[in-house]
Structure formats: C-alpha cells, structure tokens
Design a protein around this ligand. Sequence first.
Ligand code: AMP
Length: 226
Amino acid sequence: MDLGRFSAILVVGAPGSGKGTQARFLCEALRIPHVATGDLLREHRRRGTALGIAARASMDNGDLVPDELVIQTVVERLYRPDAANGVVLDGFPRTLEQARLLDRQLEACGGGVRSVLYLAVPETSLIERLTGRRVCIGCQGTFHVMIHALPPDGTCPRCGDQLVQRPDDREAIIRHRVAVYLDQTRPVLEHYAERGLVHHIDGARGVDEIKDDILNRLTGHVATLV
Ligand code: AMP
C-alpha cells in the first residue's frame, strides 16, 4: 500500500491505549516508517538538543509540549528519504492547531491525511495499563507488571539491563495526561470525522484481534499483509 510522499495514516488514542503497539504493526505490514512524536522528543532529550531541553519540563509534568516545537520535529522527519511512501503518525496531531498545521503542510506538498485510526479504551483500563508499565533502559522493551513475569530485582527479562518506570507513568501524572488528552485531542477527532476519515477501533480487545481489524479496514487483505 503506497500512500505517497507527504501522506499519513494517524493512530490516535489516549496514553495507554496501545496506539504505539498497533502503529508499529501497521508500519511493518505497510513497510512505511513509524513516526511517534513522543519518541522523537525523547530522542532530542537524549541528544541534549535545544529542542529537547525546551520540551523537558512539559513532558515531565505530563503537559503537552508547545505546538511549534512538536511540529518542527515532525516536519524534519517527513523530509527524510524513508518517508517517500508515506508514514504512520503516532501521537500527533494532539491538538486542533497541530491538525490544521499538519493538513496545511501535507496538502501544500501534494499529500494529506489518508485515514485516522482511533483506539477507544475506557479510562479505568488506561490508568491500570500505564501504572504497571516498565521500560528497559537498555533494549527499550516495554513490559507490564500484571502481564509479564518480571525478575524481582527489577532487571529486564530480555536483555538483563535495568527496568524503570517512565517519570510520566506515575499515577498522578497519568491521570493528568489522560485528562489533557481528553480535553485536547477530542477536537482533533471531530476535525477528521467531518472529513469522514475516522475509524473507531475497540481498543479493549486482544492485540492480535485489533491488529487484524485495523489491517482489514485499511486494505481488506489481512492475510496477504501479515
Ligand atoms: P507519548 O510517548 O506519546 O505518551 O508522549 C510523551 C510526552 O511527549 C507527552 O506527554 C507530551 O509531553 C509530549 N508529546 C508527544 N507528542 C506530542 C504532541 N503531538 N504534542 C505535544 N506534546 C507531545
């Protein structure tokens, strides 16, 4: 499935909705890059860029990073050669302003948003999923204390490095992130729903069931893609 340059499929969902997992599956199936603004911003922080430093306080407090900083990271990414057949955007746009800027940017280059996948998960499940999430500082693997048998010494079952809780995965911050999401991102969905682009996906099901549902809706050819 070739979307074309400056074209995107958006994966939208609250923190903990599984949007990252599903976005990665989709990218493998469609062979196009996964562009997650959270990852791009964390990468800037690791590299200590001016953008990373500017984004740090908002991220640690569970607030949204200012639109102009996020848009700068996304646009830079869309110009890289591997984005020639389109991208899956994960975690962007999160505000109506970002959505409008993205549309303008893509459409000016002959592309556009092609589909929006909205992963709907009840708020109580989101909180449960995120408070139990642990991330490996070595291999970046993501685990859940309720799902995976994790070593009692807090090491990664895959590579043996240290597992940590992301600073923004603490309960008070999570509640704030979910509230921020509900407040800011709903208008984004409404914006794309007006154009008939939104697929409502039940995100409370098993990972594989959701994956098949998404591929089927986008291509109608699950079996040939997976
Ligand atoms: P995520 O990994 O998608 O949960 O994002 C982690 C944090 O990065 C968020 O809580 C925000 O502080 C910031 N962030 C990621 N994407 C965006 C965006 N589109 N707009 C503003 N802030 C963002």
